[in-house]
Design a protein around this ligand. Sequence first.
Ligand code: ZN
Length: 151
Amino acid sequence: MTVLDIKTAGNPVLRQVASKVTKIDKRIKRLLSDMADTMYKADGVGLAAPQIGVSVRIVVIDVGDGIMELINPEIISKEGSCVNIEGCLSVPNFDGEVERAKSVRVKYQDRNGKPIVLDATELLAIAVQHELDHLDGILFIDKANSLRPKE
Ligand code: ZN
């Protein structure tokens, strides 16, 4: 088990557009496992590779249904809108209200390179949108209508 350091707002890696994964090799599989360890240790529901300082298009999510590993994820359609309170492991002191699509269809590759298309709703849809923003250098604080200090 390897828990990595989570980078916080102000670190330039969080503002870079992450590169596509071209080959899912040992290094990438190791990264996926380390990201999951780091997310669970920090009690998060999602983590994007830039948050641990690696600027590649990889996200892990667990909203309570087990670990999901998304390589090169892309949202292909969105529907509806909803407002939720979001927080972020890279913005430890604040949470805030963010408007997002209510459901999204996302395509990605799993750790075996298999292409997957997933329809996400509810918390999973929010997590997908939040984590994918990280891959484009966007933080929830850029989109939040309001921010409040966490207790
Ligand atoms: Zn985040």
